[in-house]
Design a protein. Structure first.
Length: 172
């Protein structure tokens, strides 16, 4: 009886060890295959999504260029001499540009999108701040005052442009 038990153990132990080793190798192989599949999927998606992401960065760079006060004032001429109407027209133009590019946020990092929206808000605040001056009583004076304000400092949109350039450089 003891001899039979010893024979069973002698034949069972190598089989169990072989089975455990086979299981571990199989599990490792399956994990490697899963990682390889995931890598291939990410590689394929990034190859397809990179042009779309770059286009989103391009569109937002264009947006920031277009809302730069110097360029905005050249592009959007006053319709009348009313200062308030011109201020509203400038802000409406910025908001329309922003809404046109709103969907691009899904291709950007949260930080980048936050900086783009902050640049837009800072540009609007600049226009409103300059417009509050009581010395300015016409659209042409508002235009001139905004341009004079921009002589001393960089456009609010420059921060957003700088961040976009930095993020695109990280992609490469």
């Amino acid at each position: 009886m003891e001899e039979q038990l010893l024979n069973v153990v002698m034949y069972s132990v190598p089989s169990i060890i072989t089975g455990v080793i086979a299981y571990l190798f199989f599990r490792e192989h399956m994990q490697n295959e899963e990682e390889r599949r995931k890598f291939n999927i990410v590689k394929t998606l990034s190859k397809e999504s990179l042009p779309v992401r770059l286009q989103a960065y391009e569109r937002l760079a264009l947006f920031l260029e277009r809302i730069s006060p110097n360029k905005l004032l050249l592009r959007v001429a006053p319709l009348s001499s009313d200062k308030q109407a011109y201020e509203d027209l400038l802000i409406k133009s910025i908001e329309q540009e922003f809404e046109h590019n709103l969907s691009q946020q899904i291709y950007l990092s949260d930080d980048c999108w936050t900086i783009v929206t902050a640049s837009k808000s800072a540009t609007i605040q600049l226009i409103r701040k300059v417009s509050m001056s009581e010395k300015i009583d016409s659209a042409s004076k508002l235009r001139e005052a905004i341009l004079n304000e921009m002589l001393d400092k960089a456009a609010p949109s420059n921060a957003g442009l700088h961040y976009i350039k930095k993020e695109v450089a990280e992609i490469w």
